[in-house]
Design a protein around this ligand. Structure first.
Ligand code: BGP
Length: 465
């Protein structure tokens, strides 16, 4: 038998976000964000036309949710403040009902021995700011920094772990390259400007935080290790390295090293797409790096050299002009989400952070498995027997444990997610939670088998097999 024991005070818990869990209710004072707006215009883009209005009723049920977190082994939990709840138009008055809600939610977590991790931005641009260009507009950076300072002032006395963004590359991919977030553009020049403005906003928020508060602040990045089809083929290796620059190092390097990778700068220069910036902006990014890195890991990227350069449309440059995706035979898949499952990726990421990023303190801030039709696994007692999720967690934790044994500075593991929640355009198609949510019964909660497993895992600070 092998026992996997994790370091003392390891963070065990889950992650979620405001827009995916809270819902919106009469009189709550929340303003529209891009999701509210987009759903009102194109409900057919969302699975079963389920929108962001009710999500998982957490705004009404948060006390019960915190109780359930204790029953599922949480010593820490991440959610996000919704910018459009706290400041409905993004720049103006603070909504006192939102302040009361977040205060009470945070107090409830702490009273139950659960350390709150609070993220400031999870894909949820207030609509009033999007109308003026969203992240493309420099004024949004200023509005974000004001919003961040308001959050630190209101909640910083109790919240000691803050994050400036969750997966900042995703609004770039979704909103400006591949059409899965509003504003649904396909424009690499805009995408690059958004990358820069998000990083600048992050650094300015970090600066403000360090000037006034005493906790830690970081960023959460979805790192997708890029594996070449053939490690001995120099063209494949080069292509994988470029994909890594676009999708990982574009945020990882400024966040930790305070500067952009040279290979990425060379490509962007060559495209004549250097984003608008001032020398002072670069200094801000250089001087204000993160304390803690959150790593979301779901899937790797398999890459091969570009096979057919004729695919390239000179009028519409895209990252994929530099590489092709490689469909590796016999890969293990999560068929519901269409994502490859490659457990060793978690190890490779942590070793990369150890060796190339100064072994900065980090934790796994998301990892998880969305499954469609989990009702078919309900047993006679009404419990979902999600053994596949338990196996998924253990399979990743073995590699995480190995990385820690080899010196990785990984402080915890958060699963995506606690309660089943609303997955953007996939809505409630795939369920990720330790706890089931019944949408036909106003969000009734039932702990899944994995929820009980997670409690034992956290109590024992590891597992044996
Ligand atoms: C991450 C996001 C989460 C969450 C998760 C699951 O990228 O941070 O918000 O949604 O992925 O992915 P999806 O919802 O696309 O199935």
């Amino acid at each position: 038998m092998t026992t996997y024991t994790f370091p003392k005070d390891f963070f065990w818990g889950t992650a979620s976000s405001g827009p995916q869990t809270e819902g919106r209710f009469d009189g709550d004072g929340k303003g529209d964000n891009i999701w509210d707006y987009w759903f009102s215009k194109e409900p057919e883009r969302f699975f079963n036309q389920v929108g962001p209005d009710k999500t998982s009723y957490n705004y009404l049920r948060y006390k019960e949710d915190v109780e359930l977190m204790t029953k599922t082994g949480h010593n820490s939990f991440r959610t996000s403040i919704q910018w459009s709840r706290l400041i409905p138009d993004g720049v103006g008055e603070v909504n006192e009902k939102a302040v009361a809600f977040y205060n009470d939610y945070i107090d409830e977590l702490i009273a139950h021995g659960i350390t709150p991790f609070i993220n400031l931005y999870h894909f949820d641009m207030p609509m009033a700011l999007q109308e003026k260009g969203g992240w493309l507009n420099r004024e949004t950076v200023d509005a974000y920094v004001r919003y961040a300072k308001i959050c630190f002032d209101l909640f910083g006395d109790r919240v000691k772990y803050w994050f400036t963004h969750n997966e900042p590359i995703v609004p770039v991919e979704g909103g400006y390259l591949y059409d899965f977030h509003y504003p649904n553009e396909k424009n690499l020049k805009h995408a690059i400007q958004v990358v820069f403005n998000e990083a600048l906003a992050s650094s300015l928020a970090i600066k403000a935080y360090h000037e006034s508060q005493d906790g830690q602040i970081g960023i959460i990045l979805n790192l997708t290790p890029s594996y070449p089809r053939d490690e001995k083929n120099a063209e494949d290796v080069k292509a994988a390295r470029i994909a890594d620059a676009f999708f990982n190092r574009s945020f990882l390097d400024p966040a930790i090293k305070g500067e952009y990778p040279e290979d990425l700068i060379a490509i962007v220069k060559d495209l004549d797409m250097i984003p608008q910036h001032t020398p002072e902006d670069l200094k801000t990014i250089k001087d204000n790096t993160i304390d803690l890195l959150g790593i979301n890991y779901y899937q790797p990227r398999r890459i091969k050299a570009k096979e057919n350069p004729a695919d390239i449309d000179p009028n519409c440059p895209m990252p994929e002009d530099y590489f092709d995706y490689y469909d590796m035979p016999n890969k293990k898949m999560n068929p519901y989400r269409g994502w490859e499952i490659y457990e060793k990726g978690i190890y490779d990421i942590l070793i990369n952070v150890r060796d190339n990023y100064g072994n900065i303190p980090c934790y796994i801030s998301e990892n998880g498995m969305g499954v469609e039709g989990e009702e078919r696994y309900i047993n006679a007692n009404g419990q979902i027997k999600d053994d596949y999720r338990i196996d998924f967690i253990k399979d990743h934790l073995r590699y995480l444990h190995q990385a820690i044994q080899e010196g990785a500075n990984c402080l915890g593991y958060h699963l995506w997610t606690c309660m089943d929640n609303w997955s953007w355009t996939n809505a409630y198609k795939n369920r990720y939670g330790l706890i089931a949510v019944d949408l036909d019964k106003e969000g009734k909660r039932t702990i899944k088998k994995s929820g009980y497993f997670f409690k034992t895992l956290a109590e024992q600070n590891g597992f044996s097999d």
